[in-house]
Design a binder for this molecule. Structure first.
Ligand SMILES: [Fe+2]
Ligand SMILES: [Fe+2]
Length: 365
């Protein structure tokens, strides 16, 4: 029972169905998608239609050099593929993202320099974002406004150009409202299948901190601090190269050091704007610190870390362990809490870990 409830917090990547007659091409396409999807590959459409019963996130269909709409029609006739985005990939490397439009009607819908992974990301995220229109107001605004700010941050952070704190706080208001109204389920559901991993992680962190903060009895100002601090806690990630973030193999020591640099990048960025509250910057600055001094970047100890930073550390660990990452699969919610309560016992505040567990069980996504 408890395990089942916790399972609803786990975020798994979507399935990408890859169809091509050549095993070599299928392997290449699967590898191009592996950082964000579980590829399932088939030699032909009939095989895919016969074996795939649950709609995948996307289909990548290897196509001959001349566009032929017939294969797409036969795929669309199968229930599991009726509404799934289909991407046509050609042997010359061209990608068409409107595979089901007649070639002449679509004009030249070739992707104009976007790679396969970019086209797939745009299409699958677009499907998720369209689904937000059907949500109640607070979760809909929470998702839409946080998405707009994340897109701004993705542009501004690498350029070192600041974003006013007011814009961040404004985008967190409907998120906090959704949490207060017990409409958080819609927010978590609305993130499922979104391809922008940094975005989905940031909103999950903010919403989970909102739930946790309410259970911990934080006042309004502290709640806003943890929610907005949670939302931007990894903002510096936007300045890290995509090839590092999508790496599917084990990290080298150097990779690890570069990844750890996201904390300093985040703090530097947030400090550029003098109106960003110090308490909010602290949440971002200290979410990888640990009570026993084993964290980073400063190796702070229990006495240096207030409840807000301790809560941010707990939520970030849980969120990270229960999300599929390019280089490893997600743990179950139960396993994640076990790791946090046993292996990580000296590092995380166990009184707060126990409270967080009850929050997760009460508020199953
Ligand atoms: Fe982080
Ligand atoms: Fe994080």
């Amino acid at each position: 029972m408890a395990g089942a409830n916790l399972e609803s917090w786990v975020v798994r990547r979507g399935v990408a169905v890859v169809i091509d007659g050549s095993a070599k091409i299928r392997d290449g396409l699967a590898a191009a998608l592996a950082s964000g999807y579980w590829p399932l590959d088939f030699a032909d459409i009939a095989d895919a239609v016969g074996r795939v019963r649950v709609p995948p996130a996307v289909v990548v269909l290897g196509a001959p050099a001349s566009d032929n709409p017939l294969p797409v029609r036969s795929l669309r006739a199968a229930p599991a593929f009726r509404e799934v985005p289909i991407v046509l990939w050609r042997r010359d490397g061209m990608v068409r993202d409107r595979a089901d439009a007649a070639p002449d009607a679509a004009g030249d819908a070739a992707s104009g320099g976007e790679g396969l992974r970019d086209v797939v990301a745009r299409l699958t995220s677009g499907v998720v974002e369209q689904s937000w229109a059907r949500l109640p107001e607070a979760p809909r605004l929470a998702l839409q406004q946080s998405r707009a700010v994340c897109k701004d941050l993705a542009r501004l952070v690498p350029a070192g150009r600041p974003l006013a704190f007011a814009a961040i706080a404004e985008s967190c208001r409907p998120l906090l409202a959704a949490v207060r109204n017990s409409e958080h389920r819609w927010v978590f559901e609305g993130l499922r299948g979104h391809d922008d991993f940094d975005y989905a992680h940031s909103v999950r962190m903010a919403a989970l901190l909102g739930l946790f903060g309410m259970a911990a009895g934080l006042d309004d100002q502290e709640l806003m601090t943890v929610v907005s601090g949670g939302f931007v806690h990894d903002a510096g990630m936007a300045a890290l190269p995509a090839d590092l973030k999508t790496k599917v193999t084990r990290f080298s020591e150097e990779d690890r050091a570069r990844m750890r640099g996201h904390v300093a990048l985040t703090v530097d960025y947030l400090e550029r704007h003098t109106d960003t509250p110090r308490s909010m910057i602290a949440v971002a600055a200290e979410h990888h610190e640990r009570l026993d001094g084993s964290g980073y970047p400063k190796g702070l100890h229990a006495g240096d870390l207030n409840d807000l930073s301790r809560m941010a550390a707990i939520v970030d660990v849980f969120a990270a362990l229960t999300e599929d990452r390019p280089y490893r699969a997600a743990m179950s919610g139960f396993q994640a809490l076990e790791v946090m309560g046993e292996l990580m016992a000296p590092r995380l505040d166990q009184r707060l870990v126990r409270l967080f567990r009850t929050v997760l069980l009460d508020a199953a996504a």
